[in-house]
Design a protein around this ligand. Structure first.
Ligand code: GLC
Length: 578
């Protein structure tokens, strides 16, 4: 144990060591399922709830303890379910409410927690609330953000220069109401008015409804968009300042987002929801219900979502630091900085989470190179706190090729063919690879909603089960190691050995020390761990090797001389306890 870590420990900073009686989510292995692309049970080429239920045992096989399901509620599918028209109904494309109840029941038998995607920022324009709001019905009039815009020289223009994430003005004219409504995403996703207490209560009831159905928590979608700046005394909204790097007024980056995201009220909304979850638990018992919130905000703002002195916030404000700040050229010092920065900024007593991909980002192997797939799985699963894996990353799935003609993601379709690949989220959403058979075993039908990626015959569950050091088997081995006390509850120290190699030490008195060593680049590296950590046992054993390794599982090695092959990542375990 090094002096820095001992000091942190003695001071009770509590950021690195987890209590043995810690709540379930603190060291959970989360797995994100994008239901459309996970498993199709009825042959229509689109994944569904029964498909998820059928594959819950697979989650057990890979050591996953909780799964977050992307939306499956009633939706016209303009944004593939993130445009909800009924917050309390299952879309028939995905099945029925009974199918969902069966899914929850089976998950409970298997002890897999179910987390729902809660999409509070907007509904679909086909939601009854929006239809009534557009019609000007008294109760619903202020459910959304409306404004008549301005007429200049006989021409009507939108209320402000705000731009939608999916390109173009964030204001859409509604003929019936003769006003513009705000949509920060697709024009079929009108933004709710969270300053209206009735809207807040509606959304609180949505949470209660699904809690009653037995879910263990919610992933909260796009929370940083929930509030916009309040209208001024004349009911108007200010323009956002221009960003100079683009002259395209339709580009999201055209304006600097000072009025449309990260408003000071937003974390308080999350505190309110947390109280609903805690109250539910007090009344109904059971394990803690959790919130995982999606906010692509600066780290200091993200930290507010954990709560403050008087209120609890989300247990898991997603840590996107590794997604937003790392690229294929980043060196080990950069990794070290980003990881320790999160740990040191986290409020005392809170717990870390690690994310490297999701349904909105290109696949890890496509962003960082296929040679770094195991590296990221090892990192995520051996850092202190919970890990969040996007479906297929355990197999090392890469982005699938989706032609412009086959592209369906609105973020890409609203743009141009010339650069659609930069914007499209379809490549990370191609169907899951279950087998090397027809359509990767995803469906018994004859087509799939997005094309199956070309490399499915090598990268699939069935084939990888049979290859000892496949990505899948490395992932499973990692999950076994995660059960070890030092990795479950131990302290952690994260250090760059040099620019090329990152080391993560996990230790707990009375237990073996674990060290993950990640060689990020293509050189052979020789590492003396005693230069990096003090007080280490002198001999270690390979507790996890990958296909890049020349050493075998169980081989002994001196802590003073460890050779790493190009891009090799391993986990070492001391041969004696500390
Ligand atoms: C979130 C989701 C994304 C969706 C958007 C609008 O960022 O992850 O898929 O398009 O919110 O709901």
């Amino acid at each position: 144990m090094t002096s820095w870590a001992s000091i942190a420990f003695v001071l009770g900073l509590g950021l690195l060591a987890v209590d043995a009686s810690a709540p379930w989510w603190q060291t959970a292995s989360f797995y994100q399922i994008y239901p459309r692309s996970f498993k199709d049970s009825d042959g229509n080429g689109i994944g569904d709830l029964n498909g998820v239920t059928e594959k819950l045992e697979y989650l057990k096989e890979i050591g996953v303890t909780a799964t977050w399901l992307s939306p499956f509620l009633r939706s016209p599918m303009a944004d593939f379910g993130y445009d909800i028209s009924d917050f309390k109904e299952v879309d028939e494309l995905f099945g029925t409410m009974e199918d969902f109840e069966n899914l929850v029941a089976r998950a409970k038998q298997l002890n897999v927690k179910i987390i729902l995607d809660f999409v509070p920022n907007h509904s679909s324009d086909e939601c009854d609330w929006f239809i009534r709001s557009a019609a000007g019905e008294e109760k619903y009039k202020d459910y959304y953000i409306w404004h008549p815009g301005f007429v200049e020289n006989g021409v009507r223009r939108p209320p402000s220069n705000w731009v939608s994430v999916f390109r173009g003005s964030a204001w859409e004219w509604n003929e019936q109401r003769q006003e513009y409504y705000l949509h920060q995403f697709h024009k079929k996703q009108p933004d709710f008015n969270f300053r209206n207490p009735v809207v807040r209560e509606e959304m609180n009831n949505v949470l209660r409804f699904w809690l009653e159905k037995g879910v263990d928590g919610f992933r909260v979608d796009a929370i940083y968009h929930a509030f916009e700046v309040e209208a001024d005394e004349n009911g108007n909204y200010p323009d956002e300042p221009r960003n100079e790097w683009t002259n395209d007024p339709d580009e999201y980056g055209y304006t600097h987002k000072i009025y449309t995201v990260d408003q000071p009220e937003t974390p308080h909304l999350v505190y309110e929801w947390r109280e609903i979850l805690d109250q539910f638990q007090r009344e109904h018992g059971g394990d803690e219900r959790i919130l995982m919130v999606e906010t692509w905000s600066p780290i200091d703002i993200v930290m507010h979502y954990y709560g403050n002195e008087t209120a609890e916030g989300a247990q898991i404000p997603f840590n996107f630091q590794l997604i937003t700040n790392l690229n294929a050229d980043s060196d080990a010092y950069h990794y070290e900085y980003l990881i320790n920065n999160w740990l040191s900024k986290m409020p005392s007593g809170k717990s870390a989470n690690w994310v490297i991909g999701n349904h909105d980002k290109n696949r890890v192997g496509s962003r960082f190179g296929a040679e770094r797939i195991d590296l990221f799985n090892i990192l995520l699963l051996t850092l202190p706190g919970c890990s969040i894996t996007y479906q297929g990353e355990e197999l090392g799935m890469l982005d699938g090729y989706v032609s412009w003609e086959d592209t369906v993601d609105p973020q890409a379709c609203n743009g141009h063919e010339a650069d659609y690949m930069w914007n499209s989220r379809d490549p990370a959403r191609t169907p899951m690879h279950w087998t090397n058979g027809k359509l990767a075993g995803f469906t018994a039908g004859s087509e799939t909603w997005l094309p199956v990626a070309a490399d499915y015959a090598e990268r699939n569950v069935q084939t990888e089960r049979g290859i000892p050091l496949s990505h899948l088997n490395v992932y499973k081995r990692l999950q076994q190691l995660r059960q070890e006390p030092a990795i479950q509850q131990g302290a952690a120290e994260i250090k760059a050995v040099n620019g090329y190699v990152l080391a993560v030490e996990r230790y707990l008195s009375g237990n073996y020390v674990y060290i993950s060593l990640l060689n990020i680049f293509e050189h052979i590296e020789n590492v003396n761990l005693n230069d990096v950590f003090s007080g280490l046992p002198s001999t270690f054993q390979y507790a996890l090797v990958t296909e890049k390794s020349i050493r075998q599982l169980g081989d002994k090695v001196s802590s003073s001389s460890i050779t790493l092959m190009p891009y090799e990542s391993v986990v070492l375990r001391s041969t004696t306890t500390i």
